[in-house]
Design a binder for this molecule. Structure first.
Ligand code: SF4
Length: 225
């Protein structure tokens, strides 16, 4: 069977899609089972642009077997070369997990460390707590690497890029680079993935009680106009 055709019939979950369960299981269910999404609203694409620039910069060092000076001494291993960005885990005939890594390091013992770039609007040195969503993201990347026969190091890196003040902005905006190294837990991600499948296989969940959208819709129905 054509594997591309097979992939399009399945429900491919991603870590960001699964995060939706915590906001509202009903919206998550509607998104995947009915292809009904909340309208996106106005979103800045600046971080996407910055990701592209960073990836190109990292790609310059990949074939050299060197780490970019921006992160040298802050992370361990060599940049994977060639780099595999997209991963799939074919779970069963109905579901799979997919994800896109920003980068990946290979350590001298042959283990893999996922890397994610984060453009930051607040100083990352001031907040050592990690956003739960970032921890989950690295857990999911570790799971995808493991399921694709790439043993993981047990760690992942978040690399923050924070624009700083400067008196010579005409020479370029200074960027502070801060690395946070987190332990990864692929088992936790696997549990989340299985829980997400359970939600999708069940009845449509109740709306989240404090979401303004569904209550707005209910009130509108009451008006009977
Ligand atoms: S409660 Fe809000 S988040 Fe949940 S289904 Fe309704 S609109 Fe979506």
């Amino acid at each position: 069977m054509n594997s591309n055709k097979n992939k399009s019939k399945k429900t491919w979950l991603s870590h960001s899609g699964i995060e939706g369960i915590y906001r509202c299981p009903r919206c998550f269910w509607l998104q995947y089972n009915q292809k009904l999404r909340q309208p996106e609203g106005i979103v800045s694409r600046l971080a996407n642009r910055f990701d592209i620039i960073l990836k190109k910069y990292f790609d310059l060092y990949r074939p050299l077997g060197e780490l970019p000076p921006m992160v040298e001494g802050k992370i361990e291993g060599k940049l994977e070369n060639p780099f595999q960005e997209k991963y799939f885990w074919d779970y069963d005939e109905k579901y799979g997990l997919t994800g896109r890594l920003d980068d990946c390091l290979i350590r001298s013992d042959g283990t893999y460390t996922p890397v994610d770039h984060k453009t930051s609007s607040s100083d990352p040195r001031d907040k050592e707590d990690v956003l739960g969503a970032y921890q989950h993201q690295l857990n999911f990347y570790a799971l995808l690497l493991e399921k694709n026969n790439k043993p993981t190091s047990g760690f992942g890196h978040l690399i923050y890029y924070y624009p700083e003040h400067g008196e010579e902005l005409h020479n370029g905006v200074p960027i502070h680079v801060h690395v946070q190294t987190l332990k990864t837990n692929p088992k936790q991600a696997e549990g989340e993935f299985l829980k997400a499948i359970d939600v999708l296989e069940g009845e449509m969940p109740k709306p989240s009680f404090d979401c303004p959208f569904c209550s707005w819709h209910e009130k509108l129905k009451e008006l009977k106009i």
